[in-house]
Design a protein around this ligand. Structure first.
Ligand SMILES: C[S@@+](CC[C@H](N)C(=O)[O-])C[C@H]1O[C@@H](n2cnc3c(N)ncnc32)[C@H](O)[C@@H]1O
Length: 244
């Protein structure tokens, strides 16, 4: 992939900040934005590749739900060269998927990738050995998350894996403040200004709704996942493995 365009979407003062949307201007800079905004993003993406080697079975599907530009899809595909399986990459943003398509086509050929423009709440999931929700569930209204995770659980084969990565909230006020401030320090260290950080935060306020780790674990159990652990956390960003 060519080096991504630098994210400067919130660099200038904006009179009225609109809700964040995965539109054309975000799609252009998204690869840079997510690396400079999400602590541990590259580690998580590469671990998704490693985990695919262990979990993906011949003749099954891998789902990348909210695939954005296809980073997790590519990580899985790099590791699944000779496996007879198909990756289904789903997103409901046409702008993100247009770029995703280009990126997947440019990457070295590998197992087939089906790119689907749809709401992940509406698709059927079946015969899956691996399902990835990498920073996507946080954009689904909280009251609809259990139904989605129940569908994910039912669509997985026994022994299958869900990777769920999310921005977290904390019940303890001091922890909330600490992690929020350290996340902002991470963003500053990666070149974002105070203005960019505060304007982006305002844009995401009603769109990205983080929950506590306890809430995520409880819901995963309700959905059917008896086995679930955090395998990675960096400030208020975590990734969980849930096994069927
Ligand atoms: C933070 S990005 C995910 C990043 C991506 N998974 C990765 O690993 O690089 C969230 C993505 O979820 C998509 N999304 C949000 N709500 C969705 C929904 N209801 N159905 C499908 N895609 C959705 C957005 O369009 C966006 O591309």
């Amino acid at each position: 992939m060519n080096s991504p365009e630098r994210d400067a979407l919130y660099a200038r003062p904006v009179a009225k900040i609109a809700d964040f949307a995965f539109d054309e201007q975000v799609a252009r800079v998204f690869a840079d934005m997510i690396q400079r905004s999400v602590p541990g993003y590259e580690t998580i993406t590469s671990a998704i590749g490693l985990l695919s080697t262990r979990y993906v079975r011949p003749g099954s599907y891998c789902y990348d739900l909210g695939c954005a530009l296809g980073a997790a899809t590519l990580a899985m595909r790099r590791h699944l060269k000779e496996r007879n399986c198909v990756i289904i990459a789903v997103d409901n943003s046409p702008a993100m998927l247009a770029r995703c398509r280009e990126i997947i086509q440019q990457a070295h050929a590998g197992i087939p990738v089906e790119i689907v423009c749809a709401d992940i709440r509406d698709i059927k999931i079946h015969n899956a050995s691996m399902i990835v929700l990498n920073f996507t569930l946080q954009f689904i209204p909280p009251e609809e998350r259990l139904a989605l995770l129940t569908k994910v659980y039912r669509g997985l084969l026994a022994g299958g894996i869900l990777i769920l990565s999310e921005k977290l909230a904390f019940a303890d006020a001091r922890q909330q403040t600490l992690h929020t401030e350290m996340h902002h320090a991470f963003k500053k260290a990666h070149g974002y200004s105070e203005l960019e950080i505060s304007q982006k935060r305002a844009a995401l306020d009603k769109v990205l709704l983080p929950e506590t780790l306890a809430r995520h674990k409880e819901r995963l159990q309700q959905a059917g996942f008896a086995s679930c652990e955090v395998w990675f956390q960096y400030f208020n960003f975590a990734s969980l493995i849930a096994l069927k």
